[in-house]
Design a protein around this ligand. Structure first.
Ligand code: MRU
Length: 350
């Protein structure tokens, strides 16, 4: 087993162990976490050791596979009841990324469709989780190839957070588009927002772009507007944690500001995401629950205080970019355009 981003994947399930590339340790250390119980998977999701909407969905599905295989339940019915509880606990780890709830729902639905013997339920859960894992990689490649044309003539692109191989099983959504575009536009340079406070851009996006030999420059989030004004940026491309039925996009905090700056400077703003990130049951961004993270992420740097104790901290993990600022949603079935309530409904009906 080689220790690279793509192989083994960000998340895998090998011999009854969920293996996660520890993203909290990157880029200083490239280590894998071996989860032998589902509770460790839940902790890894909550602590951002595995992060990014598609990756946490697949990690949770493997957590369910692990729970099923290690359960002491004798009957299929008892196992289904236990899995429902495990699913609730995994789902509670992070509220905004809808891929988590979506993956758990798919696994539980297929578990319920299996014959009621324990072994059949276990088989259904494990094979469903493995299928979601394989599908995610194929989906990201399709997203990348569908979006590549948008960057065909660009010298520069800007991205926020990490929507790459690390945030998915492999290849990535926003970075998948950049990877695919690079094949025909090898000179493409990437401006990378460092993405305060957890630095998914500075630590993770720069890490995986460097691995792929893709030229990138890290900037502090506050530099994005002036880069958009002064540099020849062809597009902004970001990922998403949940897209509402009207096209409003929840993504890493700071995405909204980037979208406003992009619109102001006439730079197209694209969101790359699988259909599993679109939640037709969430009508608008106002309905999306925004995860609040611990104050220490903002108030401390590597354990040392960087704000006075007297200061309060507000640390929302995500913001919502209104659909009117989004120039296109790049999915595995094509690029969706406004009006999004129409294009999203059509994408789900095809
Ligand atoms: O808090 P994180 O690191 O899980 O946030 C991740 C993002 O905001 C990504 O842009 C999003 O999940 C899309 S990943 C393909």
């Amino acid at each position: 087993m080689t220790d690279t981003v793509q192989n083994p994947f960000t998340v895998d399930y090998v011999d009854g162990v969920v293996i996660l590339l520890d993203q909290a340790a990157l880029p200083a250390k490239e280590e894998h976490i071996h989860c032998t119980n589902w509770q460790r998977v839940a902790k890894a999701i909550a602590d951002l050791e595995v992060r990014g909407a598609p990756a946490i969905g697949v990690a949770a599905a493997f957590g369910m596979a692990l729970a099923a295989e290690t359960s002491t339940a004798v009957s299929g019915e008892d196992l289904l009841a236990e899995l429902a509880e495990v699913g609730e606990a995994l789902n509670a780890t992070r509220p905004t990324a809808v891929n988590l709830a979506w993956a758990l729902e798919v696994v539980l639905r297929e578990a319920h469709q299996a014959p009621r013997e324990r072994s059949s339920v276990v088989d259904a859960v494990v094979s469903c989780a493995r299928r979601l894992h394989a599908e995610d990689l194929a989906t990201c490649k399709a997203i990348g190839d569908n979006g590549a044309e948008l960057l065909a003539g660009a010298s520069n692109v800007i991205t926020h957070c990490n929507a790459g191989a690390l945030a998915t099983v492999g290849y990535g959504t926003a970075l998948g588009v950049i990877r695919s575009a690079q094949k025909t536009n090898p000179g493409l340079h990437v401006w990378v927002d460092e993405t305060r406070p957890v630095l998914q851009g500075g630590r993770l996006t720069a890490f995986e772009l460097g691995r792929d030999g893709i030229d990138c420059t890290v900037i502090v989030d506050g530099a994005a507007a002036s880069v958009l004004r002064a540099s020849d940026v062809g597009a902004a491309v970001v990922g998403a944690d949940r897209i509402a039925a009207n096209g409003d996009v929840a993504n890493k905090i700071g995405t909204y500001g980037l979208a406003i700056a992009a619109r102001h400077h006439g730079v197209p703003f694209y969101v790359a995401a699988p259909l599993s990130t679109i939640d037709p049951n969430t009508l608008s961004g106002q309905e999306i629950e925004i995860e609040q993270r611990p104050a220490a992420e903002v108030a401390q740097y590597r354990g040392a205080a960087i704000t006075p104790e007297s200061a309060q901290v507000y640390n929302p993990a995500f913001d919502v970019t209104p659909a009117e600022l989004v120039d296109g949603i790049i999915t595995e079935v094509g690029i969706l355009r406004a009006p999004y309530h129409v294009s999203i409904a059509a994408a789900f009906n095809n």
